[in-house]
Design a protein around this ligand. Structure first.
Ligand code: URA
Length: 191
């Protein structure tokens, strides 16, 4: 699996299909344990990801790792992590539809290779890439949808959103995320 992923990465390495190829520092292709069970798709690399070439390594990424690890998921052992676009949009803006479109073949190739049974759509941008809905993340999070290659997809809150919402009270974003990650673990264990 590593070699095939590396082939896709090599194609991506010099990509100039959209303007982000010119402004990025490093390509942020994906990381973690390539496997056929669970993949997480975020929005786009931010400052630290662009510096290091690894997804979710900033503050939001550290929170994401903590949440995943609470249920035994980790990049070393069992989850593969990537984004809808592989290059950082300047000023961390949301990737434009043309940028997502230009990058889509790389994401599709990653999904086609791994064929994960569970895909986590982390945040609104990832949700919009896969679900044909105008509903916001708060309406769709925690629900299962049919995904590519018979996968099940679940939208979850983006960790940046959780960083901005500190409450852990019942019904708060952090509390809801906790429900979702437990449901994800149940589905994973049942695979
Ligand atoms: N936010 C994302 O959506 N992806 C990253 O890789 C980092 C922050």
């Amino acid at each position: 699996m590593y070699e095939e992923l590396d082939e896709i990465r090599k194609n991506c390495e010099n990509c100039q299909n959209c303007p982000l190829g010119k402004t990025r520092t490093k390509l942020v292709f994906g990381c973690g344990f390539p496997n056929d069970k669970i993949m997480l798709i975020g929005e786009a690399p931010g400052y630290w990801e662009d510096q290091k070439g690894i997804p979710f390594v900033g503050k939001a990424g550290q929170l994401l790792d903590k949440i995943l690890e609470c249920q035994g998921f980790s990049r070393d052992k069992n989850i593969y992590i990537t984004n809808t676009v592989k290059c950082r949009p300047p000023e961390n803006r949301v990737p434009a539809p043309e940028e997502k479109k230009a990058c889509r073949s790389y994401l599709d190739a990653q999904i086609e290779l791994l064929k994960p049974r569970i895909i986590l759509l982390c945040g609104g941008t990832a949700v919009q890439s896969f679900l044909d809905t105008n509903l916001g993340i708060t309406k769709v999070r925690g629900k299962w949808f049919d995904g590519p290659y018979s996968s099940k997809m679940m939208p979850i809150f983006h960790p940046s959103y959780l960083l901005r919402n500190d409450s852990r009270e019942k019904g708060s974003p952090k509390w809801l995320m906790w429900q979702d990650i437990q449901e994800i673990k149940r589905a994973y264990d049942a695979l």
